[in-house]
Design a protein around this ligand. Structure first.
Ligand code: ADP
Length: 363
């Protein structure tokens, strides 16, 4: 009887529930015992009631909900060897040797480390008398499969992370709402959207909302952008446009690497053009609400594939991430994707944007 545990970790995103549901049901379908672990790694370290054995109906009616109903947390304990020892014991006590982690690159890195350490954790648990050699033999390999839940769509190795599409919907709704009032009063709105170092949400939102301008981290504006921007806004007003929308990604920078903020852009427009200009920082509304159909189906497909990947895993199979490639569900090596994602970050920190964009593309 094989046991699988699934948990959500790091920042929440829409579609995580759908993924949890699919893991639980596919797991039960293929004859496994499935545990849901509450509160991410913290629940794994703390054990007890954080482990819930899932039945078919346990995960009914959660797909429609945003966020993650089993909770997510940042966990300091799991970063320590002592914390991971506790987590390992909690898994072994339930004979869990298959883990599905739904989270961002931090959560996946932690999972990979856990897997690499597994044998030495078992040895230590034997030496302090917490488990027997026989138990350790039964649990000798930990299989890991990851799924990327993130609104930012910032992970190398998948075309879409679970939750990015819903966040995009939230942003588009907000821009549409702003646009009607902006037009009434002939205002200019400068709006900040999330995405950390990734401009995906800002760029696609700008394309889909007829925005006048977008600032994204991957493409800092040329020196002299202030004049170009003001000229563009003026030209549009002269053609009868009653409003302007400017989108600023939260990670946007200029050529020198200085952060571009909404207030900077607003002050520029007020000084140069005297337009009535307002700033709206969308903030956490982008994370909330119900998941889009796309994210629900994505979570479902990824979750089902994750269980199949676990069932196929042998002791030599490296940890993988299930991801979307075109319209196909595929398995990609976890470590490679995490490393590539980190390299993107590093190249962008060094202002090397061409390389960052190349790295993020499909390999
Ligand atoms: P995300 O998964 O969204 O990138 P974090 O980077 O905050 O979010 O990671 C979530 C959790 O994963 C952390 O709170 C920690 O418990 C665990 N984690 C992250 N990196 C590591 C690591 N290098 N070693 C062990 N655990 C880690």
């Amino acid at each position: 009887h094989r046991s699988i545990a699934v948990f959500t970790s790091g920042g929440d995103s829409c579609g995580m529930n759908s993924a949890v549901r699919a893991v639980a049901r596919m797991g039960i379908y293929v004859g496994c015992k499935v545990y849901l672990i509450k509160e991410g790694y913290q629940g794994m370290v703390d054990g007890g009631e954080n482990f819930i054995e899932a039945e078919w109906k346990t995960v009914s009616g959660i797909m429609q909900k945003g966020g993650t109903v089993i909770g997510s947390a940042r966990c300091k304990d799991f970063r320590t060897r002592e914390g991971r020892l506790k987590a390992a014991l909690n898994l072994i006590e339930r004979k869990i040797t298959n883990l599905v982690v739904i989270g961002g690159d931090g959560s996946l890195t932690g999972a990979n480390l856990f897997r690499q350490e597994w044998t030495s954790l078992l040895d230590e648990l034997i030496s302090v008398g917490k488990i027997t050699k026989e138990t350790a033999e039964l649990c000798s390999h930990l299989n890991i499969v990851g799924m990327v839940g993130s609104i930012d769509n910032d992970f190398c190795g998948t075309d879409m992370t679970i939750g990015a599409d819903s966040a995009l919907h939230r942003i588009i709704e907000a821009i549409d709402n702003i646009a009607t009032t902006a037009s009434s009063h002939q205002r200019c709105f400068v709006m900040e959207v999330m995405g950390r170092h990734c401009g995906y949400l800002a760029l696609v939102a700008a394309l889909a909302s007829e925005a006048d301008w977008v600032f994204i981290p991957e493409w800092p504006p040329e020196t002299g952008w202030r004049d170009v921007l003001c000229n563009k806004l003026q030209k549009e007003r002269s053609m009868g446009q009653r409003l302007n929308i400017i989108i600023v990604a939260e990670g946007a920078v200029d050529m020198e690497g200085n952060k571009i903020t909404c207030d900077m852009v607003k002050d520029l427009i007020i000084t140069e053009l005297k337009y009535d200009t307002r700033v709206t920082i969308l903030g956490h509304v982008q994370r909330g609400g119900s998941p889009s159909a796309f994210d629900r189906v994505l979570g479902c497909r990824m979750g089902a594939e994750a269980v199949l990947a676990l069932m196929d895993a042998t002791p030599d199979t490296p940890a993988c991430v299930v991801s979307l490639d075109g319209n196909q569900t595929v398995r990609v090596p976890l470590l490679e994707c995490v490393e590539r994602t980190k390299r993107v970050q590093a190249t962008m920190d060094k202002q090397d944007f061409t390389d960052a964009v190349k790295l993020r593309g499909r390999s």
